[in-house]
Design a protein around this ligand. Structure first.
Ligand SMILES: NC(=O)c1ccc[n+]([C@@H]2O[C@H](COP(=O)([O-])OP(=O)(O)OC[C@H]3O[C@@H](n4cnc5c(N)ncnc54)[C@H](OP(=O)(O)O)[C@@H]3O)[C@@H](O)[C@H]2O)c1
Length: 251
């Protein structure tokens, strides 16, 4: 049966892959990101199953508009993939600007809180699902990644809290592995000065040796989870390829 999903950060990379998989599965998808032309392109290709809002999620006032627009476009919300995120600033704490961290938190954490808070009434009605895109960086520390790692840790714990407070909604946090996207390009090209040389070199090496994941691989698991995550997963965090997610990893 066709469901309605919001996918954030759907203009490229992992979010675009998730959106394409959901569209392919005959669902309705409401896309959010800043780059309007990429979102418009998907809508042009799939006029009746796609709608979008081009918006900067750091502006917390857009959250109610997104939820309103998605409901007006498709009548309900069955799930949200909170996928958008930024790695910058890549700077050690001693050299960092608190204002830059605050901005990164607005994007990676507070925008997610704003969106979920607005969506709760709709998600209660649909007994819907939220998939939070987390990161291995939420659990381990790389020099220079403080704002990213700590904000992903907060996002991951937001998932746990949502599950405790809203048991009718199923919330799961997923670490997608190292995925071949713009974010990995940023690590290679912009990360050298802020990161430890060995860790930076390991990211360059994984790219050069073809080890980065195609976004479709973790994207497929994320799409399947927002479609049908079961209540035993509520509030938990998993790597995309965890054995516990075997039912969500097939073609
Ligand atoms: N790639 C990896 O190896 C990796 C590993 C672990 C976790 N992740 C996580 O996976 C998610 C997707 O990342 P990706 O790898 O696909 O990176 P990406 O290619 O940089 O995509 C990030 C997406 O977020 C959107 N976005 C960024 N800032 C935004 C803002 N202020 N308002 C609205 N949208 C915004 C971007 O769209 P616009 O620029 O058009 O706004 C883009 O669609 C992120 O949460 C990331 O932390 C990635």
């Amino acid at each position: 049966m066709s469901k309605v999903f919001i996918v954030t950060g759907a203009s490229r990379g992992l979010g675009l892959a998730v959106a394409q998989i959901l569209i392919q599965a005959s669902h309705k998808v409401f896309l959010v990101a800043r780059t309007e032309k990429n979102l418009q392109q998907l809508k042009t290709q799939h006029a009746t199953s796609v709608d979008f809002m081009a918006a900067d999620l750091a502006d917390l006032k857009v959250a109610p508009k997104i939820i309103d627009s998605a409901v007006r476009a498709f009548g309900k919300i069955d799930g949200i993939v909170v996928n958008h995120g930024v790695l910058a600033p890549i700077t050690k704490i001693s050299e960092s600007s608190v204002e830059e961290w605050r901005h990164a938190y607005d994007i990676n954490v507070f925008s997610a809180l704003a969106l979920i808070k607005e969506a709760i009434p709709e998600l209660r009605k649909s007994q819907g699902r939220v998939v939070f895109v987390s990161s291995g960086a939420a659990f381990g520390a790389y020099a220079g990644w403080g704002s990213y790692g700590t904000s992903k840790a907060a996002l991951t714990h937001l998932c746990t809290h949502l599950a405790v407070e809203e048991p009718s909604i199923t919330s799961v946090a997923i670490s997608p592995g190292k995925v071949d996207t713009e974010m990995q390009r940023q690590i290679r090209d912009d990360g050298k000065s802020g990161m430890s040389p060995e860790i930076h070199a390991s990211f360059v090496d994984e790219h050069e040796s073809g080890k980065l994941l195609d976004p479709k691989k973790p994207g497929n698991v994320i799409a399947k989870l927002v479609e049908g995550a079961t209540s035993n997963l509520n509030g938990k965090h998993y790597r995309w390829n965890a054995a516990e997610l075997a039912n969500f990893q097939g073609a």
